[in-house]
Design a protein around this ligand. Structure first.
Ligand code: F3S
Length: 412
């Protein structure tokens, strides 16, 4: 790879061990992808700053970088922790794990990172602008940044983001190159979609057929909300490796189909229809069993926005909910929702709003340890992962439908 004078100096150790180690990581990745050079990035979003998802070795590596004087030279936010620091005791986490998480948080802050502790950093003030090159990990955040905000990032990992944050550069490959950002498959949406769950279902269907390609959507309402786009991206980033999509007439650089595709002409095998049949089939695929036993409802994946918390507060108001409910969000959005009265309204109904964490970044099997036998979720991403990570069956439904079903259906 061609390196600048400053990059060579970092590699030689002139700027200390953290920058040297980071350049070694970035060069190894760049060589894998045949990147010709490094490019400057201005923002980083870090996964793995969590002793469960990053492992204890990862936590030790972060500590070592902080101890050796590492400083983030670009704006750096963090993904969810392994527990909610405000109620870890109540939720039966070990004190040792709490201390380990606090130690990682401390190291990140020492290096200059923001403890956003969320998979939706763009809802907490960490918002890249269109065309900005960034280094983000967390598949749901990456795809939102590329597709909705118009920034440019590859699907980064914890170590590569850490390295980018310490050096301000990343290898130039993937979506940093304009020629890789055009649509490669087309999804013709033939049914009217409503709500984040249905958009998540479309996303899940799309990831299965597009795999790692860039999909373009036609037939989506121009009034699609940013929460619906958040779910759409999270769904396809989990069932496939999609990190960029275009919605014709809605997202940047996709005012027309021609603009979204560039000069590419699609074959009929690159075009898929998504109608009621595909919506129902995908929903059933994610929801193999009807709820039974001690169930937990998990909402807020990706982390809930202020509008979603308002919606959950309204839907739960006056309803009888027999299951426990967790709603996941960031600490910043939670504080906003507190001021608006949404948290009080949600929690007066017996539901719990957890911040800084996610049920998938907790220790494996923790939900079973809490006595749960079943999970109900409105998120395609959560429905995809819960059976594997927590060894629990999952029912996939939006909250309103679940409340109706749980009061009218006999589930045996
Ligand atoms: Fe976020 Fe956890 Fe879902 S990290 S995207 S709430 S699986």
């Amino acid at each position: 790879m061609q390196l600048s004078k400053r990059e060579i100096e970092m590699l030689e150790g002139k700027y200390g061990y953290p920058a040297k180690k980071s350049m070694e990581i970035l060069i190894a990745v760049g060589e894998c992808y045949d990147a010709p050079r490094m490019i400057s990035v201005s923002s980083a979003h870090l996964v793995g700053c969590n002793p469960i998802t990053g492992g204890r070795a990862g936590a030790a590596f972060i500590r070592e970088l902080a101890d050796k004087g590492g400083k983030f030279i670009i704006s750096t936010s963090t993904n969810p922790a392994c527990l909610d620091p405000w109620n870890w005791k109540e939720l039966k986490f070990e004190e040792g794990l709490y201390q380990e998480q606090i130690a990682v948080n401390k190291a990140v802050v020492e290096m200059g990172g923001f403890l956003s502790l969320t998979c939706t950093p763009y809802l907490t003030g960490h918002v890249p602008r269109a065309g900005e090159h960034i280094a983000w990990s967390e598949s749901s955040a990456t795809i939102f940044a590329n597709s909705v905000l118009g920034a440019r990032t590859s699907r980064e990992s914890g170590p590569t983001v850490l390295a980018a944050a310490l050096t301000g550069v990343t290898p130039e490959y993937g979506y940093h190159l304009p020629e890789n950002c055009y649509g490669q498959v087309k999804i013709a949406v033939k049914t009217e979609l409503k709500g984040t769950t249905q958009y998540g279902t479309l996303g899940y269907f799309t990831g299965k057929v597009a795999k790692e390609k860039v999909p373009i959507f036609v037939g989506i309402s121009p009034y699609v909300s940013s929460d619906e786009l958040k779910s759409l991206g999270a769904g396809m980033a989990v069932s496939g490796s999609v990190a960029l999509y275009h919605v014709v007439g809605v997202t940047l650089n996709a005012y027309t189909e021609e603009q979204a595709l560039g000069s590419k002409k699609l074959h009929s095998s690159d075009i898929y229809e998504f109608g009621i049949k595909e919506l129902n089939q995908t929903q059933e695929f994610l929801s193999k069993k009807a709820p039974r036993g001690n169930s937990l409802v998990i909402l807020g994946c990706p982390h809930a926005s202020i509008s979603e918390l308002k919606y959950y507060a309204q839907v739960l108001s006056g309803k009888k909910v027999v299951s426990d409910i967790w709603i996941l969000t960031s600490r910043i959005v939670r504080q906003y929702a507190e001021k608006m009265g949404y948290i009080e309204s949600i929690e007066s109904n017996g539901a719990r709003v957890l911040n800084d964490t996610c049920s998938l970044t907790m220790p494996r099997g923790h939900l079973k340890k809490l006595g749960y036998e079943f999970v109900i979720t409105d998120s395609a991403k959560m429905a995809n992962y819960v059976p594997g990570i927590h060894d629990l069956p999952c029912y996939y439904s939006n909250l309103e439908q679940y409340i109706i079903d749980s009061n009218t259906k006999t589930w045996v």
